[in-house]
Design a binder for this molecule. Structure first.
Ligand code: HAX
Length: 441
């Protein structure tokens, strides 16, 4: 066993009695009340999931294993000469709750590097897609196709003790996570670079190697590390996390689960928003003939969007009630590296004018920008102009957090998810607006 796996095993052993005790002795304690609004409103805010990997405070934003994002970036080891930490170090932190030493990170970097090579059929599969395919469709299908590689699926059929489920899940997760940058960069090469693939460099860490395979110079390696770390986890209730967790709860392996996670991320109210932001900004830029809009002009554009019944992409959040710290961190990066970029100027103006407009409109509970308002602008600046691809980048990052969650789901023996449904008649009875007998019809 590597030291990461050994440490994880020890942490699992320590944690199991806590869950068993809660379940056995305190199973009837009430945590939250389910209202009709919860049922009809997408279960918004209903306290009904558990994860120790991250926690999202509505005002403070995300913490990974108790660490604020600024601490995560400050404390995790960095490659020599880099400003951003190793993505592999984040995986170590998410899995164990401990900040790894340089030596511990190096071991994980080596592990990932050894597991990168893609089977030949994946290249053939990606090549077989029509070139008009959305990269998220390719990404999801490529992940799904690797189901045949799953150790967990094989061990399950052969017979494995429930207490050991986490072990092949861990092996599958590392195998998959190491391959995602390769799948993504080959998908990019196939769709946008006539199939010209840049070989993987075994001496580089995940972020550095991804930049290299994308054909990008520094500081794109740091951009990649920052992007993957920022997007890795956001509690369990968001669509991608919940989709991954739900599918894994039927003991589907990591390939089936992460493919489902990617499909959830591909929706415009979730990960696709980073692509929508760029399209929306470019539509405005087109109208402006490239000039920087005045505050009045940009206000008018936001109002036109709202009045046409659309959402302002990159603003609002289901949980957050303040500016997303993932937005704030990317903004700091942009102020340093992109300050003269016209798109950054647009986004900066939007940061000023949009929240008061959303407040005035009075619908959005959170008028502040989210992670997606800023991430595409950075990618565009570094020459990644095919914005259909942005959600794939989000997917690489998000898979890291979801895999850590799913390994722990298996370690703690979380059961099949199966909430109960009611009919509208039943809800009307509960509300007292329909006599009970009617529901029998
Ligand atoms: N522009 C216009 N209207 C908005 C809005 C926005 N940015 N954000 C919320 N609203 C509207 C909602 O559409 C909703 O209107 P209806 O009552 O007519 O349905 C109303 O305000 C209340 O919504 P809410 O409770 O504040 O927000 P939700 O929890 O329902 O939805 C969303 C959260 C993120 C989906 C929403 O804010 C949104 O659509 N934002 C724009 C798209 C976006 O940026 N998505 C990415 C979010 C971050 C993320 O998950 N990234 O992956």
């Amino acid at each position: 066993m590597t030291s990461l796996k050994e440490k994880l095993y020890d942490k699992i052993q320590e944690h199991r009695p806590r869950i068993q005790r809660l379940n056995k002795e305190f199973g009837d304690v009430v945590v939250d009340n389910v209202t009709i609004s919860h049922i009809l409103g997408g279960m918004r805010g209903l306290k009904s999931l558990v994860t120790d990997i991250s926690y999202l405070d509505p005002n403070e934003g995300i913490r990974f294993r108790g660490y604020k994002l600024t601490d995560v970036f400050a404390k995790l080891p960095k490659p020599k000469g880099a400003d951003m930490p190793y993505v592999e170090g984040l995986f170590y932190l998410l899995l164990t709750g401990d900040i790894p030493t340089q030596k511990e990170v190096n071991e994980v970097v080596d592990e990932f590097a050894q597991r990168r090579i893609l089977p030949k059929y994946l290249y053939e599969l990606i090549d077989a897609f029509p070139s008009c395919s959305h990269p998220m469709t390719i990404f999801s299908t490529a992940i799904l196709s690797m189901h045949r590689e799953s150790f967990f699926a094989k061990k399950y059929i052969a017979g494995i003790r429930k207490a050991d489920y986490w072990d092949p899940m861990y092996e599958d997760s590392l195998n998959l996570l190491a391959k995602l940058p390769e799948i993504a960069s080959y998908t990019y090469a196939k769709l946008y670079r006539d199939g010209n693939r840049i070989q993987s460099n075994p001496n580089l860490d995940l972020g550095g190697n991804f930049a290299s395979m994308m054909g990008k110079d520094k500081p794109y390696d740091d951009v990649s590390r920052m992007h993957f770390i920022l997007h890795s986890d956001h509690e369990s209730g968001n669509v991608s996390a919940h989709a991954g967790h739900l599918v894994a709860s039927s003991l589907s392996d990591i390939y089936l689960s992460i493919s489902a996670m990617v499909n959830g991320l591909a929706g415009p109210l979730h990960g696709l928003a980073s692509q929508s932001v760029l399209k929306w900004l470019h539509d405005l830029m087109g109208k402006m003939g490239g000039a920087i809009p005045t505050e009045a002009e940009i206000k008018q554009y936001v109002w036109e969007t709202l009045k046409s019944g659309q959402v302002v992409p990159g603003f609002g959040h289901a949980v957050l009630r303040k500016t997303d710290p993932r937005y704030a961190l990317q903004r700091e990066f942009s102020k340093k590296h992109l300050k003269d970029d016209p798109l950054f100027k647009y986004i900066d103006l939007l940061y000023k004018v949009t929240p008061p407009i959303l407040r005035e409109q009075g619908k959005a509970k959170n008028p502040w920008p989210n992670v997606d308002a800023q991430s595409g602008v950075i990618q565009w600046h570094y020459g990644l102009k095919e914005y259909d691809f942005y959600t794939v980048l989000f997917g690489i990052g998000r898979a890291i957090g979801i895999s850590a969650n799913i390994i722990w789901d298996r370690a703690l023996g979380y059961p099949l998810e199966r909430p109960k449904s009611l009919t509208t008649d039943m809800l009307e009875e509960i509300a007292g607006i329909k006599p009970k007998a009617d529901s029998a019809k």
